[in-house]
Design a protein around this ligand. Sequence first.
Ligand code: HEC
Ligand code: HEC
Ligand code: HEC
Ligand code: HEC
Ligand code: HEC
Ligand code: HEC
Length: 434
Amino acid sequence: MNQRLTSQFVRFSFSLLFSLGLAASGFGQADTSSKAVSAAPAGATAAAPAAGSGDPAAGEGIFKANCKSCHAIGEQVVGPALKDAHKRWPSKAAMANFIKYPQKTIDGGNAYAKGLYDKYKQYMPNHDFLQPADIDNVIAYIVRESENPTAAAPVAGAGTASAEAGSSTSGEDSSGLLAPVIGILLLTLVVVIILLVVVINLVSRILGTKREELSEDDLDQMEGKIDWSVMFNHPLFKGVVAFVFVVIIGKTVFDQVYAVGIQQGYAPDQPIAFSHKLHAGMYEIDCNYCHTGVNKGKSATIPAANTCLNCHNVIKTESPEIKKIWRAVEKNQPIKWVRIHNLPDLAYFNHAQHVKVGGIECQKCHGPVQEMEVVQQFSPLTMGWCINCHRETVVKSGGNAYYDKMVEIHQTKYGTGKMKVEDIGGLECSKCHY
Ligand code: HEC
Ligand code: HEC
Ligand code: HEC
Ligand code: HEC
Ligand code: HEC
Ligand code: HEC
């Protein structure tokens, strides 16, 4: 094959590779790398804490997964704008502790935190499921974004104070990012091709002056009879195409997997403006009064309309919202409450096991429902969340003959009376998976 054609092609390929590499690394920094790190926090935590400064890139992924439904850097969403939040706390440790246990900090008498709560009238959920290094990273991300905001992703529907907006965007922002990436790649390709045409033109004009000295092959080439099939069949070209495909498909798959099923903060509008804050908070109606299943079995159950009528046959009967209850009862149709918490079918969760046997308060998993005007999903409901709690929680064995023996064995075997859920099989796959 003609030497000049080859060298030209090699140059073309190199510039193509180079620009693709640039584009790909740019988008890696913006997004994938951070997600990749956050998906494997163990590795990141091992490396990070040395400087005690945290890794903002890793923090970005954690922020997107856990904070974005309620926070943006530059504007108030459900919670305050986080720009310069680190300057509002006396130390990073204090800030980290607040992020981990906001309710404890607020109720513990921290005046600044109390002020925040008075303003936002809502506890931020505990983040005790995050590793200390994750929280460092997320703070590093807040610091970085405060100092020089990159693409400070605005939350769709920000300002509507609807946490639902946050949860639905978590699926969208991945595909939203993909479009510009493909755009950049295509643009780079076009620029490269234009440059090449210009260069080829230039070269052929210079060479044109010494036409008679050229070989036949070179003449062919100059006159534009380039054999494109040589290029398309070249392994380098195929490699580049394959590379682009792998990057794009890999990113899509990664994002999908990452975003699957996490619905924390989900708070849909309900058909009737039923307020837990009013009923469970102000009037202190016991959760069990309505959610009668919690001590009996798997499901907590949502009360039937008739339960509401126990009171509302006399209370506020003229209210349009209460009339909706009557309408449902008269038509003998259940009220179509929108389900908020939803584990996938593959997982088994039992309320009685946790509430009655385990003695865990509803609020530990559902947050301060008695303060919520509209119920929202408080915990992530991921496998990691279940497992973390099973690792940390000591089984309440007192007065349960079944456990007494196990505790005894535990004491003799491990020299500790503290029997955690993991010790009674709480980490076995089959306990939670059908
Ligand atoms: C469900 C909504 C929600 C989520 C999720 C949430 N926050 Fe908050 N956050 C709040 C609210 C509300 C406040 C105001 C304080 C209060 O009332 O508890 C707040 C306050 C804060 C503050 C104090 C701000 C200041 O001005 O000093 C920081 C820092 C903070 N959040 C960080 C985070 C981080 C980091 C995450 C994710 C790991 C997160 N938050 C997740 C709702 C949320
Ligand atoms: C007067 C009846 C009543 C009382 C009392 C009550 N709830 Fe509810 N709860 C409902 C109704 C009705 C719904 C469905 C509508 C909604 O989501 O607001 C619901 C929904 C919920 C949900 C969301 C269910 C889902 O769809 O995933 C949770 C969690 C919850 N309640 C927890 C509690 C807790 C915890 C308490 C006690 C602090 C409590 N409730 C007290 C009536 C009640
Ligand atoms: C144990 C008694 C009790 C039960 C059971 C009860 N409520 Fe109420 N509800 C009240 C009281 C008390 C008020 C406050 C009335 C007032 O503001 O004067 C109220 C207020 C309301 C309001 C606000 C009405 C308005 O226009 O201000 C709605 C909506 C409502 N309840 C829906 C329900 C639904 C739906 C159920 C069943 C899931 C239910 N309630 C069950 C006692 C009850
Ligand atoms: C250990 C954590 C945990 C505790 C404690 C807990 N819940 Fe739940 N709750 C969940 C999970 C997980 C789901 C989702 C279950 C599913 O989708 O199968 C859920 C779902 C619900 C639902 C939706 C309907 C249903 O049964 O699936 C209601 C209502 C509810 N919980 C109320 C309560 C009340 C009231 C209490 C306290 C008496 C309570 N929960 C205690 C974890 C908990
Ligand atoms: C707040 C802590 C906490 C969370 C969160 C939690 N659990 Fe548990 N779980 C417990 C405790 C405590 C027990 C032990 C109850 C007992 O005494 O039997 C338990 C027991 C269990 C058991 C029975 C284990 C056995 O060996 O008998 C299953 C199954 C289970 N949990 C599933 C889940 C699933 C699924 C989730 C997540 C959706 C979850 N749990 C979340 C605290 C928790
Ligand atoms: C304490 C309860 C619990 C235990 C123990 C547990 N899982 Fe899970 N697992 C869950 C829950 C809850 C989900 C659903 C989480 C979600 O939707 O994010 C889940 C999801 C999964 C999924 C689907 C992941 C996905 O992204 O859809 C797989 C696979 C899985 N578990 C495998 C296992 C294996 C293997 C084991 C044993 C080593 C195990 N689980 C032990 C609670 C548990």
